[in-house]
Write a protein that binds this ligand. Structure first.
Ligand code: CMC
Length: 427
């Protein structure tokens, strides 16, 4: 018998089947041969929330959740966060290799060239109410870009895909900054292409009557946060981009689906939820009571727990270091005391220890963003800005993967058997 196989005996029929094992997986379609009768559909797997299903093969990001390892294209996140620029990481994720000096210069130049958006985008943004959530604006505007670039529908042309990738990376800071300005009733500041990617974004968000005076420490801290968010393999928003992109829609529409997924409080919206939680707790002395409420089923400790990381989230470790640099510049965020106390108690408490719940990337990032001057509802926009290279790399990989088809999960039907329609007057 071949060694790399799994033998399954169906006790309903007594029949045995050999199913090949490759990369520690079996193919779910191989189970379809397991039938009770010839006209039977065949066995399926039931896996709500994809708890144990690999939906693709990917060469982009490696995570070992038990050991707390995260690598982009093989490079440890710690080294990238310390030494690389965000655009370098974006190139690495999208192209597959670190750029040479020349390649990086040309990549930066191309992206800088595309930072402007059509002025109708400003009119589109003005249509949003003054209190519109910036993630709602972001997802609307990125989706709307598909109407400005109908050429983006040609997803089978590599040069075209490259152009749309550049457009999305280049315009994202402009749109994100415009959403910020709209929320504050401030005039839009257009890109200043003498500035670098991060400097330009910060200038477009914060400048009042002239160029914003840069704080290099804060700008580098923001850049590190974006690098830490740049990809995270098959998370909810990336899976949304892949699933929607698998219908062969243009990338602006596929990416806006990712933005919508990221908006949710269990995903990117968690950093916003952490701040709301810290506000609710209000004071360090209230932390034990809050922990008891969580343990009693009265909500979750936001910024804790992860589907994949079950020892610690390496990004959270790096973010704590960034927090020190930032708070040195801005002064301590008063909520930090509450966060540290929450972390201290939770890391000792059996409830959290038993369930392997540790601080995740969102636990401290919100505090840093707040210290930098971003309002709470804007945090997820920053996450989206960072995640763009990952979404784009995964979208391209999905399109080039010969194994992929339009995403279409199966279901186990649990509804009524066939029954005749009952006319309204007889119901
Ligand atoms: N606080 C309290 N209990 C929790 C938490 C939490 N944050 N997270 C999980 N649990 C409990 C949960 O109640 C369950 O307990 P029991 O076994 O008694 O029913 C157990 O831990 C397992 O939870 P789960 O919901 O099955 O775990 P999951 O892998 O489906 O969920 C998660 C992962 C991130 C959605 C979840 O931990 C969570 O809701 N955390 C808070 C939200 C958050 O911080 N999200 C950001 C994730 S990192 C950024 C990103 O990638 O988007």
């Amino acid at each position: 018998m071949a060694k790399d196989t799994l033998t399954i005996t169906d006790n309903r029929t007594g029949q045995s089947y050999d199913v090949p094992i490759a990369d520690d997986t079996i193919r779910a379609v191989d189970l379809r041969q397991i039938k009770v009768a010839e006209d039977d559909f065949g066995l399926m797997t039931y896996d709500p929330a994809f708890m144990n299903t690999a939906a693709c093969r990917s060469a982009i990001t490696y995570i070992d959740g038990d050991k707390g390892i995260l690598r982009y294209r093989g490079y440890p996140i710690e080294q990238l966060a310390e030494q690389a620029s965000f655009l370098e990481v974006a190139y690495l994720l999208c192209v597959g290799e670190l750029p040479t000096r020349e390649q990086l210069e040309s990549w930066k130049e191309t992206i800088t060239y595309h930072t402007y958006v059509h002025t109708n985008i400003t009119k589109f943004l003005e249509g949003f109410r003054y209190d519109a959530h910036p993630m709602g604006m972001l997802l609307g505007v990125v989706g709307a870009l598909s109407t400005f670039y109908p050429d983006a529908k040609d997803i089978h042309d590599p040069a075209n895909r490259y152009l749309q990738r550049v457009r999305l990376l280049a315009k994202m800071p402009t749109i994100a900054a415009f959403a910020f300005r709209h929320s504050r009733g401030l005039p839009f500041v257009f890109p200043d292409n003498d500035l670098d990617y991060i400097g330009n974004f910060v200038n477009m968000t914060f400048s009042i009557g002239g160029r914003h005076k840069p704080n290099k420490v804060l700008q580098r801290a923001l850049e590190i946060l974006l690098i830490l968010h740049a990809d995270h393999e098959q998370n909810c928003s990336t899976s949304a981009v892949r699933a929607v992109g698998s219908s062969h829609v243009d990338p602006f529409s596929a990416i806006s689906a990712g933005i919508a997924a990221l908006y949710g409080p269990l995903h990117g919206g968690a950093n916003e939820a952490v701040l709301a939680m810290l506000d609710e707790i209000g004071d360090k002395k209230n932390v034990p009571r809050f922990i008891d409420e969580v343990k009693g089923g009265g909500g979750r400790l936001m910024g804790f727990g992860h589907r994949v990381y079950k020892s610690y989230d390496p990004r959270a470790k790096l973010i704590k270091k960034v927090a020190d640099d930032v708070f040195e510049q801005t002064g301590l965020n008063p909520k930090l005391e509450i966060a540290l106390e929450l972390e201290r108690i939770a890391l000792e408490d059996e409830y959290f220890v038993k369930r392997k719940l540790y601080p995740n990337v969102d636990f401290y990032s919100g505090l840093i963003y707040q210290a930098m001057g971003y309002p709470t509802e804007y945090f997820t926009v920053l996450f989206a800005l960072g995640r763009m290279p990952g979404w784009l790399a995964q979208w391209e990989e999905m399109l080039l993967d010969k194994d992929q088809k339009i995403a279409r999960p199966r279901q186990v039907y649990t509804g009524s058997e066939e029954r005749p329609y009952v006319p309204l007057e007889r119901r």
